[in-house]
Design a protein around this ligand. Sequence first.
Ligand code: ATP
Ligand SMILES: O=c1ccn([C@@H]2O[C@H](COP(=O)(O)O)[C@@H](O)[C@H]2O)c(=O)[nH]1
Length: 236
Amino acid sequence: MAAHKRILLKLSGEALMGDDAYGINRATIVRIVREIQEVTQLGTEVAVVIGGGNIFRGVAGGSVGMDRATADYMGMLATVMNALALADTMRQEGMTARVMSAIGIEQVVEPYVRPKALQYLEEGKVVVFGAGTGNPFFTTDTAAALRGAEIGAEIMLKATKVDGVYTADPKKDPSATRYTRLSFDEAITKNLQVLDATAFALCRDQKLPIRVFSIFKPGALKSVVMGHDEGTLVHV
Ligand SMILES: Nc1ncnc2c1ncn2[C@@H]1O[C@H](COP(=O)(O)OP(=O)(O)OP(=O)(O)O)[C@@H](O)[C@H]1O
Ligand SMILES: O=c1ccn([C@@H]2O[C@H](COP(=O)(O)O)[C@@H](O)[C@H]2O)c(=O)[nH]1
């Protein structure tokens, strides 16, 4: 029995690489899609915001002298590529998905229109939001907070490369310890960078809880949707 009627799933772009150095690993994306399918079979409505770190990050372009806004638009286009790959894999697995883009590229995907997204969700279709917020200088974590609030998701699930929120980045500090739960204020004050501060602040203001968990742990997504105490809960 699912604990949540509607969720916003933020999927790490980098997680799609699997063991590859770049891009989309076929076996990995199929595994992730099957996990999402299991959740839809519980009756939960699923919207996805996909990152782009497996292809391009604006900050990388900025660091080699590119105009940052231009680099960010490239990053947003990278997320559209991931969204298309995800929706196509869903189609191959027998699911119905719709991609909506925050930037206008109508020959490729339909634009984000909130009532249409709500209609798709009510029809049981998975909605994949591409192009982040549509604005440079933001991230797909903030897009996930924004879309999650807009569609009335009960929770934002951040499926990422680590299994929760730690006292410091566990990839840099092996002595860091994992929180089971913590408040938004604590996450912001301690500058915990598992999500950016804008995303934390928006979720706090909209009272949208976030659960951070590992996308690499098989069955973790279903466990979270069933209300089990997986990863870290960030709450008001
Ligand atoms: N306090 C912390 N607790 C947990 N992870 C942290 C913390 N501080 C930094 N991190 C890092 O944040 C990363 C997750 O965020 P990141 O924005 O890099 O990825 P993502 O949004 O999941 O993916 P992508 O940007 O590829 O779509 C983790 O891999 C982890 O190394
Ligand atoms: O609202 C947004 C969302 C994303 N970007 C750019 O895209 C890349 C990839 O997104 P990640 O969140 O890092 O996975 C990001 O680095 C930005 O360059 C954006 O500009 N606006």
